[in-house]
Design a protein around this ligand. Sequence first.
Ligand SMILES: [Fe+2]
Length: 166
Amino acid sequence: MKESTFITWKDTYSVGIPQIDEQHQELVYLTANLYTACMQGTESGRLYFKQAIHKIVQYVSFHFSAEEKLMERIEFPEFAEHKKQHESFVKKVLEEVKKFEGGKAIVPPIFVRFLRDWILTHIAEEDQKYGDYVRYFKKESVAAEVFISSESAQAGGTGSSFTGSS
Ligand SMILES: [Fe+2]
């Protein structure tokens, strides 16, 4: 994984569920790549941004539905509230993507900063809550079960290959 000062994974972000941590790391990686691409100022950077933005939207919805399935399965009491946060984030991101595609002026690095800030705050604060809940009620094995059936169907993976070269 490429080191980035813009966004870096920290062990304190861990929610204690390996599959979720992996997905969060992938989000960090995709966001770092997106920022690198849009700061290139090259045509290949712009092209990458255009494609990568879709990849991130796709990955975010894949990840949110995994989390939501998990919260449902472990009977997390704040599930509804957490889901609402996911929904409003997705709504905002899609609005920006729509603006971008409609040729309206969005500033890509500022948009990526918004992504980063939301993702990191959400991981560091909100996602920790279901992590604590799992630990407190010793629901680790229930949490793990959620991923047994979905692992083979997992979308994403570290498929991005932006190198920054033009
Ligand atoms: Fe979440």
